[in-house]
Design a protein around this ligand. Structure first.
Ligand code: MN
Length: 419
C-alpha cells in the first residue's frame, strides 16, 4: 500500500535531541528534515514546505516562540501546524506558546515510547485552544518578551560595534607599524647587500690598485721614451676604469633616498653594469645585459631600482647555480637582463630571465611574502622579493612572474613611463 509520508521539519539547537527524534520517527511514515537554529529553519521551511514543524522553544538568537510568530506571518507557511517541543513547563509557558501560534506542546525530555504517537495525535487534529481573554493576555506577554529580547540584542550589537571599532583602530596601528618596519627592512637589506659586495670587492681591489698607482709615479719619473709613456697612459686609463667601478659601487651603497627624481633606465643599467660584470666573474657564469636602445624614463628612486635589479639577478644566479647547468655557446645566456617599453600601455619594463630551476606552481604565490625563502639558512633572508614588491608598488609599478619548473623563470617589472 502506498502511504503518503509526512514531511516533518524539526528546528532544534541541541544535536542529541535532533538525533533522538530522527531515530524515533520511522522513515516509512516520516520524511525527516532538521535545522539547528530558527533562521536556517525558517529558510529551510520556505524551501521544502513541510507538512508539520517541530519547534524547540529555548534557542540562542531567535527563540522558538519568535520563530513561530514569524512563520505564521509567511503566507506560504502560515497553515503549517507547529508543535512546540520544550522543557519550558513553568506556569504560562504552554499558553504563551499556543498564543504564538503552535497547535500543541510536547514536553521535554523526549519520551521515546510516546513521542511519535503524540506528534501524530496533534498533527491529526487535536488542536489546543485558549479562551479569547487568555489568548490576548499571553500574546501581550509574548510581545513584551520579544521587545525585551530585541533590546538585549541591540545592546549586544552596540557592544560588538564598540569592540570592533577598537579592533579596527588596533589593526590600523599595527599596519602602520608594519609599514615602518618594512621601510626599515628595505633600507637595511639594501645596505646589507651592497655592503657585502662592496666590502669584498674593495678589499680585492685596494691592494693591487695601490701598487699600480705607486709604481706608475716611479715609472713616469724614469721614462723619457714617448712610446713607453703612451703605454703607461693606457695603463692609467685602465686604472681609471677600475676606480669608476669602485665609485659606482659606493654610489649604489650610499644613494640618497630621493623620490621625485626622473630616472633613466639606461642610467640605472649603466650604474649596475660594473657590479654585474664582477658578479658574473665571481660566479663564473655569463650574464647578458641588453642595454635599452632608447631613453626609458620613470619616476622613482634610482638606488632602490638598482636594488631591485640586483636582488632579481641574485635570485636568477642562485636558480641557475642549483641546477649546475653548464653553459654552451650555442644556447642563449643563462641569465639575461633587458629593458623595453610598451607604448600602448605607456609603460616601460625591465626583466630578469634565467634558465635555472624554475619555481613550482604551488610556491609561486608565496614568493613575494616576507621571510619566504627556498634557500638554505644563512643564504637568504626571504626578504629580497618582498622588498622588491614594496619598492615597485611604491612607484605604482607591478611585478609579473612567469616560471616553469626545470626551464627557468622570468620576472618582469612594469613601471609607468614618464614622457
Ligand atoms: Mn534548545
Amino acid at each position: 500500500m502506498d502511504i503518503q509520508k509526512i514531511k516533518i521539519l524539526y528546528i532544534e539547537d541541541n544535536p542529541s535531541n535532533r538525533n533522538l527524534v530522527h531515530y524515533i520517527l520511522e522513515p516509512e511514515l516520516f520524511d525527516y528534515y532538521e535545522a539547528e537554529d530558527a533562521l536556517s529553519g525558517i529558510a529551510l521551511a520556505k524551501d521544502i514546505i513541510p507538512d508539520l514543524i517541530l519547534m524547540d522553544i529555548n534557542m540562542l538568537g531567535m527563540s522558538g516562540t519568535e520563530a513561530t510568530i514569524k512563520i505564521k506571518q509567511i503566507p506560504e507557511l502560515t497553515s503549517i501546524p507547529i508543535i512546540a517541543v520544550t522543557a519550558k513547563i513553568m506556569r504560562g509557558d504552554r499558553e504563551k506558546i499556543i498564543a504564538a501560534g503552535c497547535v500543541g506542546y510536547i514536553p521535554k525530555p523526549i519520551d521515546v515510547d510516546t513521542f511519535r504517537d503524540k506528534v501524530l495525535e496533534i498533527y491529526r487534529g487535536r488542536k489546543e485552544n485558549l479562551k479569547p481573554e487568555e489568548e490576548i493576555k499571553y500574546l501581550k506577554q509574548n510581545q513584551a518578551e520579544m521587545v525585551q529580547h530585541l533590546e538585549n540584542e541591540i545592546l549586544k550589537l552596540r557592544e560588538n560595534q564598540r569592540i570592533l571599532n577598537e579592533k579596527v583602530l588596533e589593526l590600523e596601528k599595527k599596519n602602520q607599524e608594519l609599514k615602518e618596519t618594512e621601510n626599515m627592512l628595505v633600507h637595511s637589506e639594501k645596505l646589507a647587500m651592497a655592503g657585502q659586495l662592496v666590502a669584498g670587492i674593495i678589499h680585492e681591489i685596494r691592494t693591487p690598485l695601490t701598487g699600480i698607482i705607486g709604481y706608475h709615479e716611479l715609472l713616469r719619473m724614469k721614462l723619457s721614451n714617448p712610446t713607453l709613456l703612451g703605454y703607461l697612459n693606457q695603463c692609467i686609463g685602465a686604472v681609471d676604469k677600475i676606480k669608476n667601478i669602485v665609485s659606482n659601487m659606493l654610489n649604489f651603497a650610499k644613494r640618497k633616498e630621493e623620490w621625485t627624481e626622473h630616472i633613466s633606465l639606461k642610467d640605472i643599467f649603466k650604474s649596475v653594469e660594473g657590479l654585474i660584470q664582477i658578479l658574473s666573474k665571481q660566479e663564473n657564469l655569463s650574464i647578458l645585459i641588453e642595454m635599452p636602445k632608447e631613453e626609458l624614463t620613470v619616476r622613482g628612486n634610482a638606488g632602490q631600482l638598482e636594488q631591485v635589479i640586483m636582488a632579481l639577478l641574485n635570485n636568477a644566479i642562485y636558480a641557475v647555480k642549483v641546477t649546475q647547468k653548464k653553459e654552451k655557446p650555442s644556447e642563449e645566456p643563462l641569465v639575461t637582463l633587458k629593458a623595453g617599453r610598451i607604448p600602448s600601455a605607456q609603460e616601460v619594463f625591465f626583466e630578469v630571465r634565467d634558465r635555472g630551476c624554475g619555481i613550482p606552481p604551488e610556491l609561486q604565490n608565496k614568493l613575494f611574502q616576507p621571510f619566504f625563502t627556498t634557500k638554505p639558512i644563512n643564504e637568504g633572508t626571504g626578504l629580497g622579493l618582498s622588498i622588491c614588491k614594496t619598492i615597485v608598488e611604491s612607484v605604482k609599478g607591478r611585478i609579473d612572474l612567469d616560471s616553469e619548473t626545470g626551464k627557468g623563470t622570468k620576472i618582469t617589472i612594469y613601471l609607468p613611463e614618464v614622457r
